[in-house]
Design a protein around this ligand. Structure first.
Ligand SMILES: [Zn+2]
Length: 570
């Protein structure tokens, strides 16, 4: 049935619409001109006095794959008291806080008006499992990034300086695993870890290969450029979690100038908070936010997301940065799980509690907010908690309230570590983000950075009809003062519409539908494919635990697949 959303207060930054009262028409899952819709033959939603926005887009949230399922196993205490019973036929049963089950993930996002989520770290060989879980998550559209920085075949080509074959191999790998972009985690460190090394610096020598992390970033960046990937490299910087690491983060951002040929965002630094530390020890830790923002403001091809810490939250940290989790386990001495996949990527899982009065945790909390409040261009900064690492994704409404209200921050600062605050610029920042800016950092900017802006992150004619309607009248509410209303409004939509279907009504799940899984299908040159295929046959026969033909994830293994055809530049 057609939909007509009437008299909503529309915020659609990509189309330069900020608070206009207008109608939105929906037909066959797409936005159409509202004049085409006959109100007598359509479902009409009266949105007067309500905020109408495109569905939210989360660029970095660990929602599926082997780490997530192992995390659930080692944290039974996370879900045994959190059951939300099913209410068939509308919704299935839900459980889990830090590690929600598949239903809680899909419903939790939809209830907040989010309709697109990225799983940012899948080991290639286990991406079949990542898809099995993505298939089970209701409502949202999704996609996966694959881990490639310690991949032996990629390193072989890189060491030879063969960027063409490297790009061809990575293009094949993305297609074979039905993934969307290349993820680089603590570049080269999982290879180093096999040889007993901890995290590497940008210019440390890798074992076995005559390469450094700096060369890995430039090599994979050049390959991504050749493949013309819609989202270029997504980096978790070296020395994550180490005091003093902000310098490496700044240097990594600047590396984009070494490979990017086009004037568009081409390097994304993820969960910047974890790699934004000044100081040379935990006791002298300070925020590196000002230096990071200085580089971000200088460098228009760099983008980032926050990894905002939520104090009082017991995280289940999980990352492909296995050496860092080894260190974190020895700091916490609680639980630890470790895995290695095909000796080409690894991961660790360690539960960790962020405490309000803790010096380090307070600095971490401040860094994320500082970066967002100091950055000049909201189109290159995205909200995230690196779920479930720094906070749960369900904390987004709270983060929005902090960003929009100095008073909300001040009230919270009463409860945190005072010595830490004295080392931060946050208490002196007056800026309060506007609703326009919040709509950019939660939907328009991430859609653009992912290269999905033709159909996602906006409400123009032809866009996917993914729409959030919030119970807030921006003309009547002063976010600076009424920050609790802001938090409340963004926690539960009045309506969430996914591909034209009403999936949430009055904050409750109204229908379980399934979204699509996006992946890239690059057009690769035939002669190079033949060469790489020959190499792969040898490598798989000699080294891999599966046969080449079994490695490839079939299109039919995705519940609803959405290939993105990519014209390459070989
Ligand atoms: Zn992450």
């Amino acid at each position: 049935m057609d939909l007509l959303i009437r008299n909503g207060i529309v915020y659609d930054p990509m189309n330069n619409i900020y608070g206009e009262v207008m109608d939105i028409g929906v037909r066959d899952g797409k936005i159409v001109d509202p004049s085409e819709i006959d109100p007598l033959n359509a479902k009409v939603i009266d949105a007067s006095g309500k905020l109408v926005a495109p569905g939210g887009v989360d660029i970095h949230s660990h929602i599926a794959g082997p780490k997530v399922s192992t995390g659930r196993l080692i944290r039974p205490e996370d879900h045994y008291k959190t059951n939300i019973p099913c209410r068939l036929p509308y919704r299935r049963s839900q459980t889990g806080l830090s590690l929600p089950n598949v239903y809680r993930i899909g419903y939790g996002y939809a209830e907040m008006g989010y309709t697109f989520v990225v799983e940012p770290a899948s080991p290639p060989l286990k991406t079949r499992h990542t898809h099995e879980e993505l298939n089970s998550i209701p409502i949202i559209d999704k996609l996966a990034f694959i881990l490639v920085d310690s991949n032996w075949i990629a390193l072989d080509y890189m060491e030879k300086g063969d960027i063409d074959r490297l790009a061809c191999y990575l293009g094949w790998l993305l297609y074979a695993t039905k993934s969307y972009a290349l993820k680089i985690v603590d570049p080269g460190s999982d290879l180093g870890w096999l040889y007993g090394k901890l995290s590497l610096g940008l210019d440390d020598q890798l074992p076995v290969y005559n390469l450094t992390p700096r060369e890995i970033i430039i090599g994979i960046g050049a390959a991504a450029e050749k493949l013309c990937l819609p989202h270029q490299i997504h980096i978790h910087c070296n020395k994550l979690g180490y005091p003093g690491n902000y310098r490496i983060t700044v240097d990594t951002m600047a590396l984009v100038d070494k490979y990017a040929l086009r004037d568009k965002p081409s390097i994304h630094i993820t969960h910047i908070q974890f790699t934004g530390y000044k100081g040379d020890s935990w006791s002298s830790l300070e925020s590196g936010s000002e230096d990071i923002v200085k580089e971000l403001n200088r460098n228009p091809r760099a983008t980032l997301d926050l990894g905002q810490v939520i104090l009082g939250y017991t995280a289940t940290t999980m990352t492909a940065d296995a050496p860092f989790e080894y260190i974190l386990y020895h700091l916490t001495r609680w639980k630890w799980s470790f895995a290695d996949v095909e000796a080409e990527c690894a991961s660790g899982i360690v539960p960790y509690r962020y405490r309000r009065r803790n010096y380090v945790n307070t600095i971490q909390w401040a860094i994320g907010l500082e970066v967002m409040l100091l950055a000049r261009d909201p189109w290159r900064t995205v909200i995230s908690t690196d779920h479930p690492n720094a906070g749960p994704f369900t904390a987004y409404p709270k983060i929005i309230a902090w960003l929009m209200s100095r008073r909300a921050r001040e009230e919270f600062m009463e409860k945190v570590n005072r010595r830490a605050l004295s080392k931060c610029v946050l208490p002196s920042i007056d800026r309060e983000l506007t609703l326009e800016e919040v709509m950019i950092i939660t939907r328009a900017a991430p859609a653009k950075i992912l290269g999905l802006d033709s159909s996602k992150g906006h409400l123009g004619v032809g866009a996917d009809a993914d729409i959030a309607i919030y119970d807030i009248d921006p003309r009547r509410v002063d976010p600076s003062r009424d920050y609790s209303l802001i938090e409340k409004a963004f926690r539960h939509t009045v309506y969430t519409i996914k591909s034209g279907e009403i999936v949430v009504k009055d904050g409750e799940i109204a229908k379980t539908v399934y979204g699509r899984t996006y992946y890239v299908k690059p057009v690769l040159p035939e002669d190079l494919v033949r060469d790489v295929q020959r190499d792969l046959e040898v490598k798989f026969r000699e080294y891999y635990s599966v046969a080449l033909q079994n490695f490839i994830v079939g299109e039919d293994e995705l519940k609803k697949s959405h290939p993105v055809h990519v014209k390459t530049a070989f």
